[in-house]
Design a protein around this ligand. Structure first.
Ligand SMILES: [Zn+2]
Length: 72
């Protein structure tokens, strides 16, 4: 998946699942992207947009507290 597509899909996913938030590993599973490092890069890019934030928070899927990207 191209990085731009990955970023678009993460934004779409976060809008659809708000107010829930997912860690990079769970986002990778949802988006069927096997390279988690690319998801972390894309999710960090998404977090530079005004409506998003990257923070330590509990993942709504796996329950682990991790650095993740969420809607503000
Ligand atoms: Zn998770």
């Amino acid at each position: 998946m191209a990085m731009g597509d990955l970023i678009e899909r993460i934004i779409d996913r976060l809008h659809r699942t708000y107010p829930y938030a997912y860690c990079d590993d769970c986002l990778a599973l949802d988006l069927m992207e096997s390279n988690i490092e690319r998801v972390t890069i894309a999710a960090s890019e998404v977090a530079t947009l005004d409506e998003f934030i990257r923070t330590r928070r509990e993942c709504s899927r796996c329950g682990q507290t991790r650095q993740l990207t969420a809607l503000r």
